[in-house]
Design a protein around this ligand. Structure first.
Ligand code: DLL
Length: 433
């Protein structure tokens, strides 16, 4: 599945391929999708104006709200009858949006997922335990068809029923675990409680994504499960999982598949394109999608790009770890905080389990933040110990993020567990005064 000609293509050739594909995508979008025609007309641009990749900056952005405004099928560039499958985004940050795939799009998705899994170290013949949710969420089916395309044996277990997952991992001897990182942690804990030594299971590789996670969490999962853990990225509006994936060789940034997508970073405030290496919002244009072409889609995901050569030899740009979405960013008393910053420090905190939830309330005019943390299963649970831990965490958080917050240390098992994407923030600001 490692396609050297494509994955290690010299960057000049890759840029020429992108330009060719971008022109035809812009032309199709303009001809077939009234929304894009209108947006291009208002911006005073036509697809013929594009003579270099840099000129893409003259074209308008696409937002999630554009999908909502054209709900459900208004952004499709093919007749509905040519759409083989629909998925829908979770709607965690608003009402759901529907995305569609032609047969050709589904083929492309399987190919890119197979490429991503191979990049992550998965091999034909491996048994792949797929605990991403099946259904409207793209995680389950996206991984499933990609792993089949790669020549793996897939266990389509979906999310939930964690004790049964542990039994299946034991009985079927999976080589690869695919799930959100927070659910992988849940599986590891449940296994431990069942008396199963997960380190002894044959699983050697974890393909984790769909939510922000930290480097500390990676090391923790690797140690608990005895695996190599790699990060995989994607979003339904663009494809689903398989837009970008880390290589097992470097585990240092996700190769974004530039023969099918064009990546930009923009300043989320000014919307100016930023030079490579600067942090900002990831913007993606699809180059080959048929049913739902996307022009300059603002992902809201905050990251950086790098074109530094990678030890694996792949030339495609690397998207560094997504630290969070700019709409997930908490602004507490003027300080910007991403939940993943809090995770990074809590995961390795002595005496605590790596589970947390941030609860936001309002005290008069001010936002207040409480961080619920949990005692490690083998930690003492007497009151003085709990009080000391709360104090330590509060002081560390204060020095790390510069904001005073309350800390509640809960007993083992009392912070809600994830079955898919973890809910890290409980926002009660609308219900408190
Ligand atoms: O989460 C697709 C996916 C499934 C990716 C399985 C990886 C594995 P959506 O439900 O549309 O699609 O959510 C997309 O999830 O914009 C990011 O905010 C977040 N996200 C996805 N992967 C990562 C990652 C799937 N590796 C949204 N790191 C994206 C951080 C991620 N955030």
């Amino acid at each position: 599945m490692f396609d050297r000609a494509i994955e290690c293509m010299p960057r000049a050739e890759l840029a020429a391929l992108q330009l060719h594909r971008l022109k035809s995508t812009l032309s199709r979008a303009y001809a077939k999708v009234p929304h894009f025609r209108h947006k291009f007309d208002v911006a005073g641009v036509t697809p013929d104006d594009l003579t270099s990749l840099n000129e893409l900056v003259r074209f308008p952005f696409t937002l999630k709200s554009d999908l909502r405004d054209n709900y459900p099928f208004g952004m499709f560039a093919v007749p509905r009858e040519e759409v083989s499958r629909l998925h829908a985004s979770s709607g965690t940050t608003g009402s759901p949006t529907v995305v569609g795939y032609t047969r050709g799009d589904l083929d492309l998705w399987s190919d890119l997922m197979a490429r991503s899994l191979a990049c992550a170290g998965v091999r034909p013949g491996d048994i792949v335990h797929n605990a991403y949710g099946y259904g409207l969420f793209t995680g389950g089916l996206g991984m499933h068809y990609g792993a089949e395309r790669l020549g793996c044996t897939v266990v389509p277990v979906s999310g939930g029923g964690t004790e049964r997952q542990v039994t299946l991992l034991q009985d079927l001897g999976a080589d690869v675990l695919c799930s959100t990182p927070s659910y992988a942690l849940n599986i590891a804990e449940v296994a431990k409680a069942m008396g199963v030594d997960v380190g002894e299971l044959p699983v050697r590789c974890g393909v984790f994504g769909a939510e922000p996670w930290s480097e500390t969490m990676r090391r923790d999962l690797e140690a608990r499960l005895g695996i190599t853990a790699v990060d995989i990225y994607g979003l339904s509006e663009i494809l689903g999982p398989g837009v970008a994936c880390e290589c097992s060789a470097a585990q240092n940034g996700l190769h974004g598949w530039e023969d099918h997508f064009l990546f930009e970073i923009v300043d989320p405030k000014t919307l100016d394109r930023l030079p490579i290496g600067e942090p900002g919002e990831l913007v993606i244009t699809t180059l080959t999608k048929q049913a739902l072409p996307m022009i300059r889609y603002r992902t809201r995901d905050i990251t950086t790009l790098t074109d530094e050569p990678c030890v694996c030899g792949r030339t495609h740009t690397r998207i560094m770890r997504v630290t969070g979405r700019d709409d997930d960013m908490l602004i507490i008393r003027g300080v910007n905080i991403f939940p993943s910053q809090i995770e990074a420090f809590l995961v390795s905190f002595p005496g605590l389990a790596p589970h947390y939830q941030i609860v936001l309330t309002r005290e008069g005019p001010l936002d207040a933040m409480t961080v619920d943390v949990e005692l490690a299963i083998d930690a003492p649970s007497d009151e003085p110990f709990i009080a000391r831990k709360a104090d330590e965490v509060r002081q560390h958080l204060k020095s790390m993020i510069g904001v005073t917050c309350s800390v509640v240390v809960k007993r083992s098992g009392m912070v809600p567990r994830s079955q898919g994407k973890a809910v890290r923030v409980k926002d009660l600001r609308g219900t408190t005064t």
